[in-house]
Each structure stands twice: as structure tokens, then as C-alpha cells.
Design a protein around this ligand. Sequence first.
Ligand code: PBG
Length: 328
Amino acid sequence: MVHIAQRPRPRRNRKSEAIRSACRETTCTAANFIYPLFIHEADVDIPIASMPGCARLSPAGLLAEVERARDVGVMMIALFPAVAEALKDPTGRESFNPDGLIPRTVKRLKDRWPDVMLVTDVALDPYSSDGHDGIVAPDGRVLNDETVAVLCKQAVAQARAGADIIAPSDMMDGRVGRIRDALDAEGFTEVSILAYTAKYASAMYGPFRDALDSAPRHGDKKTYQMDPANAREALRELALDEAEGADMVMVKPAGAYLDIIARVRDATSLPVAAYQVSGEYAMLKAAAERGWLDERRAALESLLAIRRAGADVILTYYARQAAQWLQG
Ligand code: PBG
């Protein structure tokens, strides 16, 4: 037998599953997940080609999927609407229609499962004929304060329908504070705000825009979403969202932005969320379909890594599936 002089041997703490389990620093459970789901008016579920396993869900398809998710412990759902082209206009007026797809769906889900937390997206892109998160001026600029006024109406309509958590994803300046004031003025003091605090202008949103037909008709989102080169700026956004009254803050995307998650985690005592976006999901799915990755292991590892970086909550299209895998 060969013995080298080596007193500290980290491998001792890895020698059995029992020891590894005892020493594990990070956990990831169904309770950490928010499950984003796409909905539309039609009576059939339409699969999304670039997001295998996801579909634009019919009302019946949505109820079935929420029930399946709830059965495995996923208790938070984020809703994204695919809106008929005929309902889109330059100012996104359908976004605050009290009888629109989102308010009707929220009411139906809350009636059925009051314990499921419903997260609704605040931004104009699904409703905008320009495909932008805000109102586009004739010269192509995305107007900040005019947009925020519409976002406030959208948030109030969602809260009135029964939404538990309002999630502004638009990246306009000052919208968290204005939405907080608008909610409070209408008596919705218990409705939370999950702010998309550091949302980057990422190539990883492509499949989501396919899913909703919501890609910008002209230009890109770089005048409001953050530059992927920037980290300090995330802390500036964090300070503002905290001051404006956010209850939780989000980093998006997640996998390529673990450094941002870690920095935001260190800089705030608020819960931190991270969004494993459509492109991250599509990459895992595509490699798994080709047999190039073990999907279960790769997906669970990606989620654990996001938790380890410091996210409390993860928005992921894998939520229901991962919760099933974690049950064993
Ligand atoms: C739009 C919105 C986007 C996503 C969530 N809300 C797309 C975008 O900003 O263009 C992307 C989510 C994903 O890619 O999974 N307000």
C-alpha cells in the first residue's frame, strides 16, 4: 500500500451517499419553483415547436396542467397570454381589459385552487401591435412614463381578478413604485410585486417570442433591457426596486448570469428569484432529444446551480417535470 503524507482529504466527506447527503449545502425542491404557462383562447393545446413539452394551453389544458403541477407540490404559476392579433394595438389597451384572457383565467384558477399563488406578467408586448414592452413613439423610441401609466392599469386589473403576485417584466424606469402606489390606492395592499430587476437583452428569449408571437416588429429591446456586459448596473436596478417597494427581485436569464444572482443575493435581504428562460430550456431539450445529454441529470443540475448561486425561487419550464423527478 502506498501512503502519501496527506492529512486533509476532502474525499472522506464524499465516501457514501449518507455522508454526501449530510454535507450537502444546497437543496432544490418543488417549493422553490414557479411554473410559467402559456395560455390562449382556443379550445385545443398547440405545442410550441421550439419548447418541446410546452404548449399554448386551452382553458381545459391549463386546468389539467395546474392540477398535475399541484399534485407534485408546485404551488406557484406564472401566466403568459398569447393574444389574438386583432386585439393588439399600439398602446396595448387589451392589457387592462377586465374581461381579457388573463383576468378571466386568474378568476377561474383562484376559484378552483385558492392556495395556488398566481403570478401575472406586467408588460405590453403580448398586447402591442409593435411587439414592444412599452408604447413606441413615431420615431421608434419606447416611451417610459406613458408606458408606466398603462402598466399601472394592467396591474390593477390583474389584482382585481385575484392575482397574488404582480411581476413587471418591462424594464421601464420607476414602474415598481408607481405600480405599488396604484395597487395601494385601490386597496390591493396585500398583492406582492416580483420585480424583474436585472433583465438582460438576451438572445435566450427567442422560443418565448415564438410561443406568444410577441417578437418586436422593429428594432430590439436594448433601450430598456440591460446590456449583458453589465454587472454593477444590476445593483443599481436592485437599489431602485428595493426603494420602490419590490417584495422579491429577479435576475433573468439565469444559467449564464449566475454571477449576477450571487451579487444580487449578497446585496439584498429580499428573496431573490431567477428565470431559467425559454432558450435555456430549449438548449437542454434539444441536446437531450439527440441523446447528447441525460436530460434529467442535466436539468436538475442546472436548477441546483441556480439555487447554489443564491436564488430562492426559480421560474422554470421544467417545474412540473423536475418536481416529479425530485419525488424519485
Ligand atoms: C416580456 C417577457 C419576455 C419573457 C418574459 N416576459 C420576453 C422578452 O422580454 O422579450 C421571456 C421569458 C423566456 O424567454 O422564457 N415581457
